[in-house]
Design a protein around this ligand. Sequence first.
Ligand SMILES: Cc1cc2nc3c(=O)[nH]c(=O)nc-3n(C[C@H](O)[C@H](O)[C@H](O)COP(=O)(O)OP(=O)(O)OC[C@H]3O[C@@H](n4cnc5c(N)ncnc54)[C@H](O)[C@@H]3O)c2cc1C
Length: 468
Amino acid sequence: MGPIEELSAQLGPGAVLRAGDGLTAGYATPARGAPGPDVDVIRPRDTEEVCFVVRWACEHGVRLLPQGANSGLVGASTPPPDATGLVVLSTERLRHGLQIDQTDRTAIVPAGLRLGELNDAAGEFGLTFPIDLGADPSIGGMVATNTGGARMLRHGDVRRRTLGVEAVLADGAVSVLDTLRTHRKDNHGLDLTGLVVGSSGALGIVTRAALDLAVRPADTACAWIPIRRASDAIVLLEYLERRLDPLISAYEVVSAAALGAAAVAGQRLPLPPAPWAALVEVSGPRGCGELLVDAAETAPVDTGDAVVLPTEQAWAPRHAVSEGLARLGAVIGHDVAVPRAELPALVDEVGAAVTSRWPDLLVADFGHWGDGGVHLNVVVPGTRGVDEHLEADVHDVVFAIAVEQHGGTFSAEHGVGPSNASWWHRTVDPVEVKLTAALRASCDPLGILGHPGLPYPRDEQGAGQVSE
Ligand SMILES: Cc1cc2nc3c(=O)[nH]c(=O)nc-3n(C[C@H](O)[C@H](O)[C@H](O)COP(=O)(O)OP(=O)(O)OC[C@H]3O[C@@H](n4cnc5c(N)ncnc54)[C@H](O)[C@@H]3O)c2cc1C
């Protein structure tokens, strides 16, 4: 019996899915990009079993690629082309033991539970985990990537709403880091929880998280507003914030190209054509929608054709953009953030730079302008797919404009993975590299955790660092 068969026998039926048995293709197929090779998948049911798997992996030199709902967009949750010695550790069976404290407005959540499932359960107490996005990720994946989402402007990202974590480390002792406390105020030492959030599985396998929930708003209202010049979107944002603070819960700006893609996916917006449109959401006490209509009427930019829509109907075109773009061709994604005043110049410059060099490519920008974030997605139309050299060249053009010319970041909210790792090496300060290496060396000295394409080294000379 080989090591994987032994593990399978010890964990029991259903815990190990073998490559080639017809059940594992979904674990190798990312939300965006080409599928990876079929590999074995291990599915522990609780923290004790995760410890068992990590110990087994350390003993046999097997690399564990943690995977939640596999909705990540930077290539970090599916196996790389050379997946020798790697297995997927799926958290999908870590689903038991959800605890919600209505009075405290907190929850302790198993890593494999989906966001939608948590919100169904929290909804019964009039509560919600207010991170909103067009996918249904696992809670562990959200912690590992520090998900942002459309309501970050009001509710913050996962890091801001994570009060504690339980994570299994691949250090010699297979320690369990347990900061699973629900105190909002906790100033007793270093923020180890915050280090695990956004670590992409490179420091440990997240098995549970303590989360700060929010009250479900009594009222939510949305308006779509045509934007004739990108700079108007910033003027409008500032004005609405001043008029409506703290009611604004989302401020999205979507280009005509991205709305065209939403229409391809069956979601047509009832607005007259304009280069961009802003989706503004307010939420709070009953009647807050009237304040939004009022504010839109007196805005210092022309919002004459604004339409107010019921919340679900308003968000449908925004959430359909990704699917629409995928139907148009192969998507080269960029998730950047810059100071908000830089957004108009950024989208203009990226559009011009990409289309002048590659006239057949389509630039579709859309995203969370309220947080300074924008997805500058570039579509290679049709079925020819993306050649890896073209992808790298387009990334370099877009990231250089965002990071070097507009003081931005190459990863606003999707985290770090093979698709943007080279920009980590290019932009991160040597002291950050040194501290990252020290953390990795202490949590994962053998380098068995996380996607092999993550850029984080295990020593200052770069051991454990992937070659580009
Ligand atoms: C249509 C669509 C819309 C999206 N919109 C947004 C958005 O608005 N904002 C945003 O931030 N993201 C967005 N995303 C990206 C994605 O949903 C998030 O990154 C999400 O948090 C990933 O969670 P997951 O469970 O799918 O993780 P996976 O994709 O399975 O994994 C992502 C990373 O986390 C690691 N990981 C997963 N689980 C664990 C664990 N338990 N312990 C340690 N490491 C782990 C993986 O190894 C990988 O590095 C979108 C994706 C899609 C497809």
